[in-house]
Write a protein that binds this ligand. Structure first.
Ligand code: G3H
Ligand code: 13P
Ligand code: ZN
Length: 314
């Protein structure tokens, strides 16, 4: 199937508009019907373009058929500006599989490979993707830190601004994920107010003006959600994210895609923990999952309106 058959769009137009308007498109990860409904609902109710992001492991969890049935069932109209994006595709095969399934955008993440091999693999994916009018993101530099590590990451490998022109021109990719101090998961910052490396971002833009840049690992880790989790039997300590202020600043510096997964995970978990603690007699999953949808919806809506600044852009 072609992505156009699902009413999806690639990211060209949304990034061009975001670059010009100094805002970002949120790329929100989802992995089940509840997170899909919450994120799509938040984008629709705010009239915002959105990127629905699916990691390789999330695709495996949902299965090709269930995912694409949900997307078809959403009856998406191209005027809504909704992209379905493979997040962190690690192999050529994974990216090609997603494109053939109906994804409108893919990320080839070869950032752990040596520079030349990263170029080679990213260029091969871009060639196939462009033949299908699918947009491609690649990554230079690397972000450490995983969701299940109970520690902040302190071994980032920042993007080298001297490499970006060669990388983009030789791969022909459409957007570039850069490493300027963000990292995946809930333990990304040593302190609450740690600064991103805007000096590196400035240098990248000097070499690569007018080019769409992407921030991974950009969750804010809202402290009220961490508190709800901890007050209801959870144990998440010293978790800090990127401040909304820094993210908004990044959107004025060619960052036109901001990736969020951990915040939705926290919202989902907070709602369920709270519901089950407050209502020990509750055992109908639709009741607590309904509350999880609401919490993820509210957090996504907040992010679209106050961080991405992408509301009412259709
Ligand atoms: O950047 C990674 C995303 O948070 C996806 O993580 O592979 O556990 O779905 P995942
Ligand atoms: P967070 O872990 O900060 O939400 O990052 C998500 C991400 O980068 C998905 O690609
Ligand atoms: Zn990521």
């Amino acid at each position: 199937m072609q992505y156009k058959d699902f009413g999806l769009v690639n990211t060209y137009e949304m990034f061009a508009n975001a670059l010009q308007g100094h805002y970002a498109i949120g790329a929100f990860n989802f992995y089940n019907m509840e997170t899909f409904a919450a994120i799509l609902g938040a984008a629709r109710h705010t009239s915002s373009p959105v990127i629905l992001a699916v990691s390789e492991s999330a695709l495996k969890y949902m299965s090709d058929d269930i995912l694409m049935s949900m997307v078809r069932g959403a009856k998406i109209n191209p005027r809504e500006q909704i992209a379905l994006h493979l997040d962190h595709g690690h192999t050529y095969e994974a990216c090609i599989h997603a494109i053939d399934l109906g994804f409108s955008s893919v990320m080839i993440d070869a950032s752990n490979l040596p520079f030349k091999e990263n170029i080679e693999l990213s260029a091969r994916v871009a060639e196939y993707a462009h033949a299908h009018n699918v947009s491609v993101e690649a990554e230079l530099g690397s972000l450490r830190g995983r969701e299940d590590e109970n520690t902040y990451s302190d071994d980032e490998l920042y993007t080298n601004p001297d490499d970006v022109v060669e990388f983009v021109s030789r791969t022909n990719v459409d957007s570039l994920a850069v490493a300027i101090g963000t990292s995946h998961g809930a333990y990304k910052m040593k302190t609450e107010n740690q600064e991103l490396r805007f000096d590196i971002l400035t240098e990248i833009i000097r070499h690569l003006p007018e080019f769409p840049l992407v921030l991974h690992g950009a969750s804010c880790i809202p402290q009220h959600l961490v508190q709800i989790i901890n007050e209801n039997g959870g144990n998440i300590q010293n978790a800090h994210g990127i401040s909304p202020k820094q993210l908004r600043h990044a959107t004025t510096m060619n960052v036109c895609k901001i990736n969020v997964d951990s915040d939705s995970r926290l919202a989902f978990t907070a709602a369920i923990r709270q519901a089950l603690t407050e209502h020990p007699d509750m055992f109908n999953p639709r009741e607590y999952l309904g509350l999880a949808i609401k919490m993820v919806y509210e957090n996504t809506k907040y992010s679209i309106e106050n961080i991405m600044l992408s509301a009412n852009r259709l």
